[in-house]
Structures are given as structure tokens and as C-alpha cells.
Design a protein around this ligand. Structure first.
Ligand code: GRF
Length: 208
């Protein structure tokens, strides 16, 4: 089976990155992480990468004169790493249309709710779970989707439900959803490695 070359983009603590690393090391995921890129030099994600001898690259718009220069550098890294798939794992920056076009249907993101609800600009971290509690919905979950030019919008690849209890708080819900993210993200990447994902007319299907 093909071993996918992954490049992971992450801004924060990197627990989703860690789950992917662990699943690769356990032989459950047919992939290798060619690099971890972060806009945040102090991110836990870069630290986790270094611990596992994965190239850890700090790449921020602040290092470049123009957004185009940033894109050029990002694209050259992706090319050099022979990237099959770009994995966003808590990456807080929007990718440019150029990058999205060049890696069409090859950039994926995980969102801690059931899209298209509770997504979009500003819907990250605890804000998502606050909105879920505020709406009084009884089910939340995890969504993995292809990244397009709109926040939290591209074809949905996979969803998993997580029940909301009456005593849940945004914090408890975040804690409850996170382990499901860890499970689901590797599962979807493995489906890609197995060639089981098909994207047609803006909808994604899992081939049996
Ligand atoms: C996760 O909740 C993910 O769904 C969202 O950002 C968070 C990242 O967490 N996109 P971590 O850095 O992987 O711990």
C-alpha cells in the first residue's frame, strides 16, 4: 500500500499531530510525516515534531515581505517534501487560493463540531463548544473535510457524533470531543492511503 507523504500544519498544542505520529509509529497508518510547519515558533506541535525527529519548520507571514513570498516558500517546501496530503491540525491561518488550487482535494482539516453548523470565521477552540452549548443541541461531534477557499466549507469526508449532556460546559465538551478527533483523523488519512476516498461534484464518498 502507498505510504502517504504528509505535511502537517499546526499552530497550537498539537494533540491531533501527536495522535497521527503515534498511529504511524504503531503501524496503524500507512504514512510518514515529512515536515511539521507552524506559524507559531513556540507551538507544542513543533516541539512534538522535534521529539520524533520530524523536520519542524517555523513559517510565518511575518518573515516575508508579501503574502506571495510566503506562498512561494510554503509551496517550495511542499514540493520538496513530495507532499501527497497537507493535514491542517489546529492551523489558525487561512491558506491562500493559490495554495488551495495547487493542492486541490489534497488539503484536509478537522473541526470539533458537525459542519456546516458551528463553523466559519472565529469558530475555533472553545468558541465552537460555547456555540454548541448556547444552541442547546443534543449532539455535536467531529468533521473531517477537504479545505477549499471558504472557512470550514469543503466536501465533508467523515463525521462522528458525540452526545451533549445537560451538565456539559464548553470546557467539558472540548475534552469529550478531542479523543474522537484523534481517532477519526488517522482513520480518514488511512482511507486516503488505501485509495478509498472519491471526490465527485463537491461531495466525498468512501468506496467500499
Ligand atoms: C482541535 O480541536 C481541532 O479540531 C481544531 O483545533 C484543535 C487543535 O488541537 N481545528 P490540537 O492542537 O491538535 O491539540
Amino acid at each position: 500500500m502507498k505510504r502517504l507523504n504528509l505535511v502537517v500544519l499546526a499552530s497550537g498544542g498539537g494533540t491531533n499531530l501527536q495522535a497521527i505520529i503515534d498511529n504511524i509509529e504503531a503501524g496503524k497508518l500507512s504514512a510518514r510525516i515529512r515536515a511539521v510547519i507552524s506559524n507559531n515558533s513556540k507551538s507544542g506541535a513543533l516541539e512534538r515534531a522535534r521529539k520524533h525527529n520530524i523536520p519542524a519548520i517555523h513559517l510565518s507571514h511575518k518573515q516575508f515581505a508579501t503574502p506571495e513570498d510566503f506562498d512561494q516558500k510554503l509551496l517550495s517546501i511542499l514540493k520538496e517534501k513530495e507532499t501527497d496530503m497537507v493535514v491542517l491540525a489546529g492551523y489558525m491561518k487561512m491558506l491562500s487560493p493559490r495554495v488551495i488550487r495547487e493542492y486541490k482535494n489534497k488539503i484536509i482539516n478537522i473541526h470539533p463540531a458537525l459542519l456546516p453548523s458551528f463553523g466559519g470565521k472565529g469558530m475555533y477552540g472553545l468558541h465552537v463548544h460555547e456555540a454548541v452549548i448556547g444552541a442547546g443541541v443534543k449532539v455535536t461531534g467531529v468533521t473531517v473535510h477537504i479545505v477549499d477557499e471558504v472557512y470550514d466549507h469543503g466536501p465533508i469526508l467523515y463525521q462522528k457524533c458525540v452526545p451533549v449532556s445537560s451538565d456539559d460546559t464548553p470546557e467539558s465538551l472540548q475534552k469529550k470531543v478531542l479523543p474522537h478527533e484523534h481517532e477519526v483523523y488517522s482513520k480518514v488519512i488511512q482511507l486516503f492511503a488505501e485509495g478509498k476516498i472519491e471526490i465527485k461534484d463537491n461531495r466525498a464518498f468512501i468506496k467500499e
